[in-house]
Design a protein around this ligand. Sequence first.
Ligand code: NIG
Ligand code: FE
Length: 409
Amino acid sequence: MPPALDLTLLRHRGDPVTSLLVTDIGELVTNDPQRSAAGQPADVARLGIVRDAAVIVEAGQIAWIGSADHAPQADSQRSVAGRTVIPGFVDSHTHLVFAGDRAGEFAARMAGTAYDGGGIATTVAATRSASDEELRALLSARMAELRRQGTTTVEIKSGYGLSIEHELRLLRLAREVSPHVTFLGAHVVPAEYAADRAAYVDLVTGPMLAAVVEQGAAAYLDVFCEPRSAHAFTEEEAWAILLAGRAAGLGLRVHGNQLGPGPGVRLACELGAASVDHCTYLDDADVEALAESGTVATLLPGVEFSTRHPYPDARRLIDAGARVALATDCNPGTCFTSSMPFVIALAVRELRMTPAEALYAATAGSAATLGARGRIAVGEPAELTVLDAPSHVHLAYRPGVSIASVLLD
Ligand code: NIG
Ligand code: FE
């Protein structure tokens, strides 16, 4: 029996902090490989699974992890009755601040119309004309929807404002609900600049970026680099935008290789982006660049589901040694799901990731792109998700069934 832990050491002076023992955890996924039992395949070992476990939470942090039989006393106790506890999902790619509806565009696409990014203008118009209060209500309902499905960390992009005033407004609203905010002024060229794209790139890299930085409105800059779309940005434009973002001290993210082969992945790797997202069409050089760089390949299979594009080749990336993350891309155009369990089920069924690889990519993998860890470890934030299931495999085994929820809401 290990010595009883003195939880008072973790208390701040004068703080009436209480501790909570979460116990009877049938399977605890920590993402800390040192906690794994010997003899497991590498993908499962990386999940650091502890069976019949307990966790103590104090002051919003993990204070103790171990066997339920040896857990120290805490101020209160909650049994999860043999269920699975995992690190909260990290949805590292969303476009949650928008107004309007594009269900008609989706229906047309299912009938054969291809996606080319042109519909973004519809959302920009609806978003610009919505009040702060309307956008706040829409955003808060979407955040609640994510949390109901087990997501505890969310990256939110702007990109439906496309003017200094409106981009700043969307970033401000996003910042009210998440610290992980990305400036996507370079989503598409707005209609009023269609005849002078260079002037819009100058605006984004000049006064718009300056205002974002001055207000500390975003930690990252993203660009939709897609030469195949008349609305998105070419290699040369994306290069200029990313260089400006990097010079201004922002981290970089890229929408790349979504609609066809293209330069996005290469740009992201060369410029040291935290993440390049979509990665649907990759050539050998792209896979090699991802395997050799620190840039994470974020796969968004909900997009392929909702656009009828082929799924990205996750196996090729993983087998080459690239780091892979999963996220929803929740947006009104290419993928209006907020469900990380749905994304995991697609990753297992369609991308041929193992259930362990998919869960790791949706937690530690996506967290890495935001400078977070996505693991359950002493001293880490207590962002825990409970699965109404005996193992994490049920995330893919029970598609469409809502088994995941945030534990400490
Ligand atoms: O990640 N590709 C660019 N942006 C989004 C779609 C935005 C929209 O269509 O509204 C995406 O797929
Ligand atoms: Fe996106």
